[in-house]
Design a protein around this ligand. Structure first.
Ligand SMILES: NC(=O)c1ccc[n+]([C@@H]2O[C@H](COP(=O)([O-])OP(=O)(O)OC[C@H]3O[C@@H](n4cnc5c(N)ncnc54)[C@H](OP(=O)(O)O)[C@@H]3O)[C@@H](O)[C@H]2O)c1
Length: 313
């Protein structure tokens, strides 16, 4: 495993983070048992992963807590999240505190390393900043959370308007942003700001359906051509990213996708969620491989440089 420093938090983290949410939720979505899911978490830790991302709404905090029972707490960095919008917006401080206490109980821990406001949409950012941040700062002072984080609602906010607001304020030690080969807009809209302020940066959506299923990639490509966002003659419409295997020497499109994100300057941790031990192993291998050759990365940047309106799902 390769390790890096998560920006100004100073935390030493694995470049591969285990995503305990996403479409797989550690395999729970495919009806795997909690025991199997906990075994997957332990397997990731055995392979050197020390960054675990979960959330109160994923239903996986308890599994993470169980998986960590026999592991010294300081060997892992736990990132979890308070669902947003709140169910009781009139009492943000109370609801946040209650949510955190419940997360701590499920995770069997006295503290959270990175506690995020989860999936904040642009129109809600002002509320989060005015009403939630003061309580988050109190919880930090009390030692219950070590660092404040915020994650975007990428599906609703594909050009990162919320995070652009958040980066103008100094509260956020860590952010989570959607970034992948198809929508690279975070490179110009978000990463210059995180680099300047040394904000810890987590990437989600490195691989979703378009980069793991050829038929979905063909659909997405045709849609981008039709919208005039990519040049139709830039790729083979039947197999748009085949040059990554030929010239990029990637073993698969998924391999290329993880390596592309991993080596983007400013990105600290790339999250990968799966219910499959084989995928976990392959993804960790990809995230610890060298970058693809510079001309291949440059070609990807050229082809998809104007795209900021898809998630890659
Ligand atoms: N707003 C937010 O805060 C937010 C939103 C989304 C996600 N997240 C967090 O970020 C993490 C990463 O999310 P994500 O959106 O990037 O999705 P993800 O959770 O990483 O899911 C990846 C998807 O790709 C499949 N996959 C993984 N490896 C594969 C491989 N080698 N070959 C083929 N298919 C593969 C997985 O299915 P299999 O089970 O079949 O492998 C899964 O469906 C999440 O787990 C979650 O912790 C946060």
């Amino acid at each position: 495993m390769d390790y890096t420093t998560l920006g100004r938090t100073g935390l030493k983290v694995s470049v591969a983070g285990l995503g305990c949410g996403g479409p797989s939720r550690l395999g729970l979505r495919a009806n795997k048992s909690a025991k199997e899911a906990a075994a997957l978490v332990r397997r990731a830790i055995d392979m050197g992963v020390n960054f675990l991302d979960t959330a109160e709404v994923y239903g996986t905090e308890e599994i993470v807590g169980k998986a960590l029972e026999a592991i010294p707490r300081d060997r892992v960095v736990i990132s979890t999240k308070k669902a947003f919008p709140l169910s009781d917006p009139a009492n943000p401080a109370g609801e946040l505190r209650k949510g955190l206490e419940q997360s701590l109980k499920r995770l069997k821990s006295d503290y959270i390393d990175v506690y995020h406001a989860h999936g904040v949409e642009p129109q809600d950012y002002g509320y989060v900043s005015d009403r939630l941040v003061p309580e988050m700062l109190k919880l930090k002072e009390e030692g219950k959370i070590r660092f404040l984080g915020i994650t975007e609602a990428f599906v609703e906010d594909m050009d990162h308007r919320m995070l652009q607001q958040a980066l103008k304020e100094g509260y956020w030690d860590v952010i989570m942003v959607g970034y992948n080969m198809l929508n690279q807009s975070a490179r110009t809209k978000i990463l210059p700001g995180t680099l300047k302020e040394n904000v810890g940066t987590l990437v989600m959506f490195a691989v979703r359906r378009a980069l793991s299923r050829p038929e979905r990639l063909r659909e997405v490509w045709a849609d981008l051509v039709q919208k005039g966002l990519v040049a139709g003659n830039a790729c083979d419409p039947e197999d748009p990213l085949n040059f990554l295997l030929r010239e990029g020497k990637a073993s698969t499109i998924v391999d290329a996708a993880y390596r592309f994100c991993r080596h983007e300057p400013g990105v600290h941790v790339v999250l990968s969620g799966t219910g499959s031990a084989d995928h976990l192993k392959a993804n960790i291998e990809s995230l610890t491989k060298p970058p693809m050759p510079p001309p291949v990365t440059a070609r990807l940047k050229e082809i998809f440089g104007k795209v900021d309106c898809i998630t890659g799902n």
